[in-house]
Ligand binder design. Structure first.
Ligand code: ZN
Ligand code: ZN
Length: 212
């Protein structure tokens, strides 16, 4: 009868005595060392896996930090910030008349969705220019127009709306401003009218800001 203690615990083969069993084990089952190798291999894989994971995290980290930090864009000294500044917050209103017809000022001028807002921007099509900056500064109509034409996917652009007319007239609170539109300051509650083509007999001289 074969003693169960003399059975190889690895392959189940029976042996007459433990000496033969041990001999068999050392000759036939070098697998112990193999197992160790496999183990060390798997730990090497683990280490490689961890290193790869770390590399992925680093790459993602760089990717996200690059994408979360909005590109600092400045147009004529007007910065595009990720959030709205309200320390200096005033509003002016803009009407645009082309060939005797009032045209709509687009919403979203100066706003790059999910990225940043220029200190000068429009939130809707009312023509209200929001001037929102970290500190009191005199901004100009010229800066606003530059931002308008440099806001991605804004339609129409100011240039397009003007059909390329560079000799448009500008009226501020009913008075024509002849020193160049790029010098026109944007004051709180100014009513600005840009006219391309014939000037209508009556122009808006003020705007009801309704608490803005
Ligand atoms: Zn705003
Ligand atoms: Zn505002």
């Amino acid at each position: 009868m074969v003693d169960s203690e003399k059975k190889c615990n690895i392959c189940g083969k029976a042996f007459e005595n433990s000496t033969k069993l041990n001999q068999h084990k050392s000759e036939s089952h070098k697998s112990e060392t193999k197992v160790k190798k496999t183990a060390s291999n798997s730990s090497r894989y683990k280490a490689t896996g961890i290193a790869a994971a770390i590399a992925v995290i680093i790459v993602l980290g760089v990717y996200f930090s690059e994408n979360q930090q909005p590109s600092v864009t400045v147009i004529q000294g007007v910065r595009c910030d990720p959030t709205e500044s309200i320390d200096f917050h005033i509003h002016a209103h803009l009407d645009v008349i082309v060939d005797g017809k009032s045209v709509t000022v687009p919403a979203g001028i100066g706003i790059k969705p999910n990225e940043c807002l220029y200190w000068l921007h429009t939130h809707n099509t009312s023509g209200v220019i929001h001037i929102e900056a970290p500190q009191e500064t005199t901004f100009t109509l010229g800066q606003f127009i530059q931002i308008w034409d440099n806001t991605p996917s804004i339609s129409p652009t100011f240039e397009g709306m003007m059909h390329g007319d560079k000799n448009f007239k500008v009226f501020v609170n009913g008075f024509e401003y002849k020193d160049g539109y790029d010098k026109i300051p944007l004051n709180a509650h100014d009513e600005i009218v840009i006219v391309s083509g014939s000037v209508p007999p009556t122009l808006p001289q003020s705007y009801e800001f309704n608490g803005l």
